[in-house]
Ligand binder design. Structure first.
Ligand code: ATR
Length: 286
């Protein structure tokens, strides 16, 4: 991809994110910093798209000459019928968070899971082979993460969910990729003392409900690495209490930055300026 391929005839690289709600997204500040660091003229804008308006929004992306967009809650599934291609990862996860527009041909990707796994490996557990992993939650975020983790040769993945059926269905779908099992929250305590990595994918503990934790931290072994996808707050109650016990902890900021970095690489073909992106997000949260 050359710079001239990326830019519209007016000389700008157009990028953005669609979601509902979208006002508090940190993606614009992160990607604007990335464009500056890469010396690319362009804009990354937040676009509030309500449910039922996704088809028109996607047509608008093409008409306006956007090179790429991110897709966030609640549109990650709804966009799929309007795309021309889906890459293998997005297809398996069944959700799209990144769209690349090649002269009107739209391809959907999912960078959430690979972004998370890259962050986990860089910041907390460099080698996931043989690890016993427990994932809390079985929603959209969990799907991306469990799929990406299953490709890392883990020892086992247990998915614990309030609605156990959903955890079992997800485990069944990918059982040929890894030893994956679904359990209920009631079964969870009996497994917790023998888990290498515990990952919270639920929204429990997210701003503004920061006094909540998805699991009783007293049940977690201090040998377990505790990871939370939430990055607002940077330190959730789960992470703060686990750290106090002596656990290694890993927050969600790295996943957010890396999912954006992979998206930017799909759009531009250039290595993402990850440090500049992370710093921009941190500065906006200070
Ligand atoms: P996301 O895309 O963020 O994963 P989602 O698809 O709505 O959002 O999934 C939310 C997940 O968090 C689900 O696993 C949900 O559990 P259920 O399947 O039982 O609904 C879980 N979750 C949300 N709020 C929760 C709560 N208060 N306690 C326990 N689990 C919760």
């Amino acid at each position: 991809i050359t710079k001239t391929d990326l830019l519209t005839s007016t000389g700008a690289l157009l990028l953005g994110v669609i979601g509902d709600p979208i006002a508090h997204s940190k993606s614009p500040v992160m990607h604007q910093a990335a464009l500056s660091a890469l010396g690319l003229p362009g804009s990354y804008v937040s676009m509030h798209v309500k449910p039922g308006q996704v088809r028109e929004a996607i047509a608008g992306i093409k008409a306006l000459g956007f090179r790429g967009i991110n897709v966030t809650i609640p549109h990650k599934l709804e966009v799929i019928p309007y795309l021309d291609h889906l890459d293998e990862t997005a297809l398996r996860i069944g959700a799209v968070n990144t769209i690349v527009n090649d002269n009107g041909i739209l391809t959907g990707y999912n960078t959430d899971g690979i972004g998370y796994v890259r962050s986990l490996k860089e910041e907390a557990v460099s080698d996931l082979r043989g690890k016993k992993i427990m994932v809390l939650g079985a929603g959209g975020a969990a799907r991306g993460i469990v799929y990406a983790l299953s490709l890392e040769s883990p020892g086992s993945i247990l998915i614990a969910n309030r609605t156990a059926d959903k955890a079992e269905a997800m485990a069944g779908e990918w059982k040929e990729l890894a030893d994956i099992r679904g359990i209920s929250m009631q079964q969870l305590p009996s497994y917790l003392n023998d888990i290498d990595i515990l990952i919270n994918t639920t929204s429990v503990g997210m701003h503004p409900n920061m006094s909540e934790a998805p699991v009783d931290v007293n049940l977690i072994s201090e040998k377990t690495v505790v990871s939370d996808l939430i990055y607002n707050p940077l330190q959730t109650r789960l992470l703060a209490e686990s750290e106090k016990k002596g656990c290694t902890v890993h927050g969600g900021l790295g996943m957010f930055v890396n999912q954006g970095a992979y998206a930017l690489e799909y759009w531009t073909g250039m290595p993402a300026p990850v440090a500049a992106m992370r710093n921009a997000v941190l500065k906006s949260m200070a």
